[in-house]
Write a protein that binds this ligand. Structure first.
Ligand code: CAA
Length: 303
């Protein structure tokens, strides 16, 4: 049986109130979908709703949204700590931590909870969509739906068909992306898809440039901002994405292609080992405990 058609998607479940889930919940609610946002951490859910409310307040203050619409949007979002809170979802977008075993478990547990026509999407940035689909009872109604950070701002959603995905599911998800006001690009189910396949080696190379002393933190970022018109320098962007996520994506590229050109820079590995994971943890290639953030560089060579 084919998946739900675009017009039948009324309620969207979002798993994970971490880095991207709240943004995904926000754009879905703004587009008029009822949203169920689930996370095992109740504090993360509170923080997510407060963040969404604050971003909508900004839109109201700038005259981009009416106060009434803000209220209606927030009222469309329900939160819950149990996966059962997603039971009436027509589409579930999983945006949990980027760990294969956790994502597999979430989908396995969701299968008996949601309706049999519910479409599953994963916001994975690099894990095989086909493999995740195969661990569900509906591999033909399963897709990759990869949002970019910050979700409310970035226009792109990469769509990844598993080898098992049927045409109806693909059409439905494309229509949802359109209703969210975003633009889809189809990517094959290859390690890291399109954006991260190109972006992360660039970031990794910037870290090599730092590691080898080609430039310093501020210089490398300024060079790419002013010399290549990037909105953020690559080290600033690495901190924004999260250095643990950057490393995980490089490892997927390295292992998934068996190509040494994707080897993660040892300096990136060391920062992650130090717990300097970027903006979220207050320290990465910049130190965010001071304003404005100051470059934070420790080389690996003995002094
Ligand atoms: N969440 C929501 N909205 C945000 C935001 C956030 N974290 N950060 C900024 N914004 C919004 C602001 O509210 C502002 O909106 P308005 O124009 O409506 O006021 C707008 O973005 C611009 O913000 P600022 O003026 O404060 O700052 P800026 O002009 O420097 O833009 C930026 C900020 C949009 C983040 C810009 O620096 C940028 O585009 N950076 C690159 C982002 C990028 O490359 N993302 C892709 C990462 S890769 C990825 O996500 C895939 C993966 O799997 C790792």
């Amino acid at each position: 049986m084919a998946g739900a058609s675009a017009s039948e998607i009324r309620t969207i479940g979002v798993v994970g109130a971490g880095q991207m889930g709240p943004g995904i919940a926000q754009v879905c609610a703004v587009a008029g979908y009822d949203v169920r946002l689930q996370d095992i951490n109740a504090t993360a859910l509170e923080k997510a709703v407060a963040g969404i409310a604050a971003r909508l307040d900004r839109q109201v203050a700038k005259g981009e949204m009416a106060a009434g619409a803000r209220q209606e949007t927030l009222a469309r979002i329900r939160t819950g700590t149990a996966l059962e809170s997603l039971e009436d979802s027509d589409l579930v977008i999983e945006s949990a931590v980027e760990k294969e075993a956790i994502k597999r478990e979430i989908f396995e547990r969701l299968c008996p909870i949601v309706g049999k026509n519910t479409i599953f999407c994963t916001n994975t940035s690099s894990i095989s969509v086909t493999m995740l689909a195969a661990h569900t009872d509906r591999p033909e109604r399963f897709m990759g739906m990869h949002f970019m950070n910050p979700v409310p701002v970035m226009k792109l959603v990469e769509l990844i068909r598993a080898i098992s995905t049927d045409d109806a599911t693909c059409l439905t998800v494309e229509a949802v992306v359109d209703r969210l006001g975003k633009s889809p690009v189809m990517s094959a189910d290859y390690p890291a898809f399109i954006v991260n396949r190109v972006l992360l080696p660039m970031i990794n190379e910037a870290i090599y440039a730092l590691h080898e002393g080609v430039g310093d933190v501020a210089g490398i970022d300024k060079a790419l901002r002013l010399g290549a018109a990037h909105p953020m320098g690559p080290l600033q962007l690495a901190d924004f994405i999260g250095l643990d996520t950057c490393l995980a994506i490089m490892r997927v590229l390295y292992e998934g292609t068996s190509d040494s050109k994707y080897r993660p820079c040892p300096l990136l590995v060391k920062y992650v080992e130090a717990g300097w994971l970027g903006r979220e943890s207050q320290r990465g290639f910049y130190d965010y405990r001071v304003e404005p953030p100051a470059p934070n560089f420790r080389g690996l060579r003995p002094v």
